[in-house]
Design a protein around this ligand. Structure first.
Ligand code: SF4
Length: 163
């Protein structure tokens, strides 16, 4: 990745950098509709999987119609009833973060669709076999739990990368 396309990340461990974007809002490595460094693309590009949107039951956003069409085409099958319940919990987690963002402390809930979808996969256990509370206090407690789970993931991830 050419250094001129890297920017310092606003969060994460010191030294973390991100790929910037061009005037169109696209990755600067995208040329003529294709990745110009495909064989050497970053790990995050290698692990990107649009099924995460389908898993979370949300779309990638109105600015990504091609990805949205692909996401709509995915259908899930389940190896067991438990797997189906887990998937429903992932979708409940995503809906909670999107519909009840005000239950979270400011700045603690993901906003971008990709971040919501990934976060939902991380915290789905908090939504297994239980409905989202209807009262504000219950939603606040659930939001606090979700934030703690996300923090645990971030800590474990940073630890893993430091090893
Ligand atoms: S695969 Fe990664 S590096 Fe290549 S164009 Fe897409 S976002 Fe950029």
């Amino acid at each position: 990745m050419p250094a001129e396309h890297l920017v310092d990340a606003p969060s994460g461990p010191p030294g973390t950098q991100l790929i910037g974007y061009d005037a169109r809002g696209h990755c600067p490595m995208l040329r003529d509709g294709r990745c110009s460094i495909y064989a050497h693309r970053p790990q995050t590009c290698r692990t990107y999987d649009c099924r995460v949107y389908a898993a979370a039951g949300i779309g990638p956003g109105p600015d990504k119609p091609a990805i949205a069409a692909r996401v709509r085409a995915w259908e899930f099958t389940y190896a067991s009833a438990a797997a189906r319940l887990e998937h429903e919990a992932v979708k409940r987690a995503a809906q909670f973060m999107r519909n009840d963002a005000t239950s979270f402390p400011p700045g603690s809930v993901p906003v971008r669709p990709s971040e919501v979808a990934v976060a939902a996969v991380k915290v789905y256990a908090a939504f297994l076999g239980t409905e989202v509370p209807e009262d504000a206090a219950g939603k606040g407690r659930l939001a606090t739990h979700v934030v703690a789970l996300l923090r645990d993931f971030a800590t474990a991830d940073a630890g893993g990368r430091a090893e």
